[in-house]
Design a protein around this ligand. Sequence first.
Ligand SMILES: C[S@@+](CC[C@H](N)C(=O)[O-])C[C@H]1O[C@@H](n2cnc3c(N)ncnc32)[C@H](O)[C@@H]1O
Length: 282
Amino acid sequence: MTSNTHVFDAAEVLCTEGFQAYFKELANYFASNKRDNLTYGEFLNRTARATLPLACNQEALFYTVAYAWPHYLTMRKLIEDLIEVTADNGSIKLQVIDYGCGQGVASIAFIEFLIEKGLTENCEIDLVLIDPSFVSLQIAQYLCARLAKAYGINMTIQTQPCELKDARLPKANIYNDTIHLMSNVLDVDTVQESLDDLVSQIAKIPGSHLLFATSPSYSGTQAGFNMLKQLTPYASVWQEDDIKLWHEQYIITQDRWMQCSAKRDLMMLSWEASDAGLEVAC
Ligand SMILES: C[S@@+](CC[C@H](N)C(=O)[O-])C[C@H]1O[C@@H](n2cnc3c(N)ncnc32)[C@H](O)[C@@H]1O
């Protein structure tokens, strides 16, 4: 059983140099601690290709080294390409919900987007992190809190250690805008089974909404995207499939770094609560 000290150390790097440096720090840690690591086969078998909740720190480390960097880049590209952040009176106030957040890759991509756009002054975020893996959720909470503190973001974090079928979304929204993050979850069967109930809760949240969804280009991803679109006929849809994303990756099975490409599907939904039938209180 490995401890989490390497994550705490790497969090320091996250706050000063960003997520790429955090990922590289953990990949280098992984490469120099081979005896403690899981093999590729062990990880895939236990986690059903990283779709089941992670059970221990060893699995969390493996996931970050094997998958986190392309996942971060994909969400970052989607946000970067489509989001228009306008700071009213120089302030950003948002609710962010990260569904099946794992170790917080999508939330970190969003926070780093704000940091790089210089939007962290007078920035308030209510972050809701939902994942059935307690280990992942703890890391996500720790990293987001550290990053927010380092950049002066006024952030509250609520964690829900549960599957989406048991999630209870905020009914009120003290801010007008909600960002929904679905990073590599819409291809997961149990997530798809929860969508109906989840979307009825989402439709009750007042204000303006942007939902960002990314996943590898699997048939399961298209099934999840289609279900979500069918359940939200009031939303405007932007979608791009099969985009090729080049990135530098540590190849665990070969113990070396190389340039790799990953195929991803990206989708953004946007709507106003009134489009979803929610009456606006006067
Ligand atoms: C491929 S990982 C994605 C994690 C993270 N969003 C990312 O992009 O790195 C899939 C995540 O879904 C979570 N998960 C699996 N089944 C779930 C369910 N029914 N409800 C909520 N989350 C679930 C897992 O615990 C895991 O963190």
